[in-house]
Design a binder for this molecule. Structure first.
Ligand code: RIB
Length: 302
């Protein structure tokens, strides 16, 4: 069975849904307000567990009712939470706006996520055994914790998948330890573009492009476009997390990067078909059925 360790954030998402996003300086009336479970790390862990992987989450929640609720949701989804620490203060909160087309805008208040330390990360990763383990991280936790995850993964001979969201320039020493980076178009431009990332030593870059699928870049090989599976979009929140999680599960399964990217594109598409970041996370048979139903959309060279 595949094993994934997620080092990342846990948030409660306060979601407002309306016809359209406010412009800068504008006030709009939204139609519905909901609290759901989120945080890129928690979403990735939940998505990988739903795909049947053994999933360890390394994260921090607050000592408030939201932290208790967040833990309960993760445990119910099969995520192993031994390395989820409880820190004094509030759990992270994300303010999420979703428009009629399912697009989102997100502002995060990190709260307890800022309490995730390198020591917690190293101790959690050292406790896991196995050879095909894949470690996943995002940028919603302190950089030192991510660096500890990357260097421990490298020392253990494990692949390290980094979802560089929210985007920020990254140190060269960290980029060298990244097996696969999964930016979207905006994050890619903040990080300096494909050539700079590959030159910095990133093993592979998989750029997610929503309805346009994803593009796979590896040094020395021609870039490849992987088409998306068609989807009836309700809410794109968390689709990138489902994509990154499925990619990690695919790699831990022993799939090639391209095959894992096809698998991930289908999982990401399905994740847009429900409300909230974890509203429509697919299990393996659903991903397989989506790929079968939409035909074998072959990757094409760019
Ligand atoms: O990727 C979606 C997630 O980003 C949301 O769940 C929100 O919590 C923010 O972390």
């Amino acid at each position: 069975m595949s094993t994934v360790i997620v080092v990342g954030s846990v948030n409660i998402d306060v979601v407002a849904v309306g016809d359209r996003m406010p412009l800068p300086g504008e006030t709009v009336t939204m139609g519905q307000l909901t609290e759901t479970h989120g945080g890129k790390g928690g979403n990735q862990a939940a998505a990988a567990a739903t795909l049947g992987a053994t999933v360890h989450l390394v994260a921090a929640v607050g000592d408030d009712p939201r932290g208790t609720a967040a833990r309960r949701d993760l445990a119910a989804r099969g995520v192993i939470d031994d390395a989820v620490t409880t820190a004094p203060g509030p759990t992270g909160v994300a303010i999420v706006l979703v428009d009629r087309a399912g697009e989102n805008s997100i502002a995060v208040v990190p709260g307890a996520n800022a309490a995730l330390t390198p020591a917690l990360v190293v101790s959690a990763l050292t406790a896991v055994t196995g050879s095909d383990v894949v470690v996943v991280a995002c940028l919603e936790v302190p950089l030192e914790a991510i660096e500890a995850a990357a260097s421990t993964a490298r020392a253990r001979g494990w692949q390290f998948v980094l979802n560089p969201a929210p985007a920020s320039p990254l140190p060269a020493a960290l980029l060298r330890l990244v097996s696969v980076l999964t930016p979207n178009e905006t994050e890619l431009s903040v990080l300096g573009g494909i050539d700079a990332l590959l030159a910095a030593g990133v093993g592979a870059v998989v750029v997610t492009a929503g309805a346009a699928g994803c593009r796979v870049y590896v040094t020395g090989t021609a870039p490849v476009r992987v088409p998306a599976s068609p989807a009836t979009v309700i809410d794109t929140t968390g689709a990138g997390d489902a994509f990154t999680a499925a990619l990690a599960v695919g790699l831990s399964d022993g799939r090639s990067l391209l095959d894992a990217a096809r698998w991930a594109a289908a999982a990401g598409a399905i994740a847009t078909e429900g409300f909230g970041a974890r509203g429509c996370l697919p299990a393996r048979p659903q991903v397989a059925a989506r790929l079968a139903r939409t035909g074998r959309a072959d990757p094409t060279h760019l």
